[in-house]
Design a protein around this ligand. Structure first.
Ligand code: UDP
Ligand code: MG
Length: 153
């Protein structure tokens, strides 16, 4: 199975009508959507999602932000997807993120940076598990997979 990652279109991106823009970039890159849920997190669930940042000064406002309004939680799949999607997201702070990235093109904020993406295979596995049961993740093939993923040898 190809690598999977958890992507969240965060509440600011939903409110700013950027869901289609962000999904469109992933689609055009040839990445495969295998699961999705539109939901609003409780504070408790937000605490769990960002538990790695529990000690940080920005933890409380981060939890408040992420649980303040609905968001779109997805699993995307492709070889090397974690690196690719992190590059497509851009640096954490919108004002530092390179132009051409999602955050670089649409965010100027430190916190309201539109998108979450898992940062390692271990965190991807754990984050995916916290939002989706195995039977909520769909297994299918693209008919043009050869053209999308053809290797050089
Ligand atoms: N964040 C924040 N203030 C900071 C750093 C991060 O509000 O000084 C928020 C921001 O929304 C970020 C999230 O906390 O996306 C998680 O931080 P992380 O370092 O994991 O950044 P990411 O992996 O999202 O680039
Ligand atoms: Mg992170």
């Amino acid at each position: 199975m190809a690598e999977r990652t958890l992507i969240i279109i965060k509440p600011d991106a939903v409110q700013r009508h950027l869901m289609g823009e962000i999904i469109g970039r992933f689609e055009k890159k040839g990445l495969k959507l295998v699961a999705a849920k539109f939901l609003q997190l409780s504070e408790k669930q937000a605490n769990q999602l960002y538990s790695a940042h529990r000690e940080k000064a920005f933890f409380k406002p981060l939890v408040k932000y992420i649980s303040s309004a609905p968001m779109l939680v997805m699993v995307w799949e492709a070889d090397g997807i974690i690196d690719m999607t992190r590059k497509m997201m851009g640096a954490t702070f919108g004002y530092y993120a390179e132009m051409g990235t999602i955050r670089g093109d649409f965010s100027s904020s430190e916190r309201y940076n539109l998108i979450h993406g898992s940062d390692s295979p271990e965190s991807a596995q754990q984050e995916i598990k916290s939002f989706f049961t195995p039977n909520e993740i769909v297994d299918y093939k693209f008919t043009d997979a050869h053209w999308l993923y053809g290797k050089s040898t």
